[in-house]
Ligand binder design. Structure first.
Ligand code: SF4
Ligand code: FES
Length: 320
């Protein structure tokens, strides 16, 4: 029998609809007969310990060394982490170096590892003289500049190299300094004048005594070792300026050539600036340049109090 075309189409569509409805019914009945899904349970302590075992673990980099060869070399445990790779949790990799074939500083060891053993190791460095501040990291538990930190000669003691504490790691030993540099901008770290130079004036002069006031301040290399050691900075690093920046603020406030002292002090008042320093002093212990940011902040706090007193009396000028 020849079925008319239109009738055949209607028949095919009805058959398809019937099949779909049948499948939906099957799904619903299988869902209703399935077990009730339980809420996920909180992890047990044993699970947490298991997870931690996979973080901060250590392994020897494959250098094809025998046990005897390793005994004559120094072991460097270096922190490795790539936050962009979920398959690469934070861990330590041990590299062995013959100190007779390496320069005397930790930066020499890192450069030797990168050049000769593992080119994927990432760290910052520039001057190799302790003046650019870019190679700051934690070495054997202390913040330091790798280029001026001498390697202990005892082969039996391993050394440990990690990024600055409390900082976000971009890769291996490189931390994110953007927040720190933004905070540095806030204090306007440059000479500011209200009076312009006379036509025949070339420099802004200072007496020997005035110049001596910025000794112990201008040497700061902005390595962040002090701020990243400061408990107040750990808790409020987004808001609190921290010892490195406050020391630089002090440097410009007491520079005899600068004419914006009151404005600078006005800007420094408040919770997350001067008031957040409780004079703990770890910053000064951490400074690899031997500076004393705790004392600078203390002196800046005293200047600010004097400024506030004078402001309350209607006097706007402070003598430094
Ligand atoms: S005060 Fe010292 S530790 Fe702090 S940033 Fe300057 S050089 Fe580095
Ligand atoms: S490389 Fe410049 S301070 Fe270390």
């Amino acid at each position: 029998m020849i079925v008319p075309r239109r009738l055949s189409k209607i028949f095919t569509q009805s058959t398809r609809t019937f099949t779909i409805v049948n499948r939906i019914q099957e799904k619903i009945s299988s869902f209703l007969s399935s077990e009730v899904i339980e809420k996920p349970k909180p992890p047990k302590l044993i699970d947490i310990i298991g997870t931690l075992k996979n973080i901060n673990y250590r392994y020897d980099y494959p250098q094809n060394l025998t046990k005897e060869q390793k005994e004559h070399m120094k072991r460097f445990d270096v922190f490795r982490y790539d936050p962009m790779s979920s398959a690469d949790p934070p861990h330590f990799v041990s590299y062995y170096i013959d100190l007779d074939e390496c320069g005397p500083m930790f930066l020499d060891a890192l450069i030797k590892i990168k050049d000769e053993i593992d080119s994927t190791l990432t760290f910052r460095r520039s001057c190799r003289e302790g003046i650019c501040g870019s190679c700051s990291m934690n070495i054997d538990g202390r913040h330091n500049l790798a280029c001026i930190a001498a390697i202990p000669k005892n082969n039996l003691e391993k050394s440990f190299i990690a990024p600055l504490t409390s900082m976000n790691v971009l890769r291996d030993l490189v931390v994110d300094m953007s927040n720190f540099y933004n905070q540095y901008k806030v204090i306007q770290p440059h000479l500011k004048r209200k009076t312009l130079k006379q036509p025949n004036e070339k420099e802004y002069h200072q007496s020997i005594e005035e110049r001596a006031k910025i000794d112990g301040l201008y040497e700061c290399v902005l390595c962040l070792s002090c701020s990243s050691s400061c408990p107040s900075y750990w808790w409020h690093s987004n808001e609190y300026l921290g010892p490195a920046i406050l020391q630089q603020a002090f440097r410009w406030v007491i520079d005899s050539r600068d004419e914006y002292k009151e404005e600078r002090l006005e800007m420094l008042g408040g919770d997350m600036k001067l008031d957040e320093c409780f004079q703990v002093g770890v910053c000064s212990l951490a400074c690899p340049k031997g500076l004393d940011p705790r004392k600078s902040t203390e002196e800046l706090q005293a200047l600010y109090k004097e400024y506030e007193r004078k402001k309350a009396r209607g006097e706007r000028t402070i003598q430094i």
